[in-house]
Ligand binder design. Structure first.
Ligand code: NAD
Length: 436
């Protein structure tokens, strides 16, 4: 059993904290948002993530999990202190590391004994080394002569499947400066030794690069099939059949080959930009990644343009899905929200909006507007709409009864969840992504 502190209780920090408790450790989670901490102390999960609430109540019941806003208490508790704070995009596209450095300062200010600071946030190459030097300087200024170390342990979980991913990772990457750090982290992740999960031990720089390279590669794969889909629409090919056949090739694989309105979320957009920015800084430009960023922007605009062009006079649209992907309430960089905003900004559309979990976040983002009708169910959304837009592929959107809709209804299935022939058989018009 180890004493662990996690700084930041967002999508990564909370799930990591809950996982560490489940593995038998004693965990304190720190956040700067009192409302979040209050909810967590009461067993209420501030985010929607399947399985998290059960783990939260198990964790609290175990007596080995605490939530606090008190940085001193949190820093004093953990021998291992994980950083899981946000690293958002700065105005110039680089990663903004202010939260990471603020957390590091708090650790230096309150630590009284050895700490291993483990960075789980996604940070540019060189951050662990810079953080170590920064903390050493701050400790010296404070007149403290206390040993500490820094390591990198990037996180690869996916929102919507975070609990499963964290407890069953494809690999664990440990970027360390010292044998002592490796020993302590190996002891923590020993829980995976029976299931033979690969543990990659490397330098912090390599660990940091593994995270960015992985995300940029996945974003590239999505963007590649999106552009192939756009071409399919022009030449009369079917992108779904193309992707399925491509995916059968063992060298390519079927994952991340689903055409759609572009990638979004809190990671791919900012991480591709941060990686491209690092490439420019080090005079090793990542031209593929740069064009992926531009192509993804065009993909979102293209999806909106299809609807705008179809209705020069405007329309009332049933808009299904607002989160950036299913099974999360996260709307950060959501293509669905971007498309909804474009339709709204045209001044010609009334949107009847519905998402199973992201309504509150989307409402805060899009604001109140007489042309936005916030509905409480899919059925309510479908009432009186001449067009349906499926912007996020939540499972419940797969059960629309087309026979109950007026036959001239138009379906913009941006996520390709329906078969065109079924929709057309109901007398409706169908527009997918990459399907003509
Ligand atoms: P998030 O915005 O959901 O959570 C960050 C949390 O940190 C917030 O609750 C914030 O209040 C808190 N925080 C900020 N400064 C703090 C401080 N000084 N002390 C205590 N708490 C503080 O972010 P996230 O989505 O969990 O991402 C965290 C990091 O993990 C990012 O670098 C991200 O790129 C990376 N990551 C995210 C995912 C994902 O799917 N969300 C996956 C892998 C890696």
């Amino acid at each position: 059993m180890q004493k662990i502190t996690v700084i930041g209780t967002g999508y990564v920090g909370l799930i990591a904290g809950l996982g560490f408790v489940k593995w038998g450790n004693e965990v304190v989670c720190l956040d700067v948002v009192p409302e979040k901490i209050r909810k967590l102390q009461q067993g209420i999960c501030p985010i929607y993530e399947p399985g998290a609430e059960v783990q939260l109540s198990d964790g609290l019941a175990s007596g080995r999990l605490r939530f606090t806003c008190d940085a001193k208490e949190a820093v004093e508790h953990g021998d291992l202190i994980f950083l899981a704070v946000g690293t958002p995009e700065a105005p110039d596209g680089s990663a903004d590391l202010k939260y990471v450095y603020r957390a590091a300062d708090e650790i230096a200010d309150y630590m009284q004994s050895y700490k291993l600071v483990v960075d789980k946030s996604t940070v540019p190459v060189g951050t662990a080394r810079a953080l170590k030097e920064h903390m050493a300087r701050r400790l010296a200024q404070l007149g403290k002569d206390i040993p500490f170390d820094v390591a990198s342990n990037p996180e690869f979980l996916r929102e919507g499947r975070a609990v499963g991913d964290f407890n069953n990772p494809d690999r664990i990457v440990l970027g360390v400066f010292s044998e002592e750090a490796e020993k302590r982290l190996r002891a923590l992740y020993k829980v995976f030794s029976r299931s033979n999960k690969p543990i990659v031990v490397t330098s912090p720089e390599t660990a940091e690069m593994i995270k960015y390279a992985s995300n940029a590669f996945l974003a590239t794969k999505i963007t590649f099939i999106n552009e192939i889909a756009n071409l399919c629409e022009q030449v009369g090919a079917n992108a779904l059949e193309v992707a399925a056949a491509m995916g059968k090739d063992g060298r390519i694989g079927p994952k991340f080959l689903h055409p759609g309105p572009g990638y979004g979320g809190s990671c791919f957009p900012k991480d591709t930009k941060a990686l491209a920015d690092t490439g420019v800084k080090y005079n090793a430009p990542l031209t593929v990644v740069e064009s992926v960023i531009a192509a993804n922007q065009r993909q979102k605009e293209r999806a909106a343009r299809k609807i705008l062009d179809y209705y020069p006079e405007g329309a009332t649209v049933s808009f299904l899905g607002l989160s950036f992907k299913p099974e999360t309430d996260d709307i950060r960089e959501s293509p669905a929200v971007a498309i909804a905003r474009e339709l709204l900004d045209s001044g010609r559309f009334t949107l009847r909006l519905y998402d199973p979990k992201a309504m509150e976040n989307a409402r805060a983002e899009l604001g109140e507007n007489p042309r936005l009708v916030w509905c409480s169910s899919m059925a309510e959304t479908l009432e009186g709409a001449g067009a349906i837009v499926i912007a996020t592929e939540w499972s419940e959107f797969r059960s629309i009864d087309f026979r109950r809709l007026p036959p001239d209804t138009v379906l913009f299935d941006l996520r390709n969840i329906y078969y065109k022939e079924d929709v057309v058989a109901a007398g409706m018009k169908y527009y997918g992504t990459g399907i003509c």
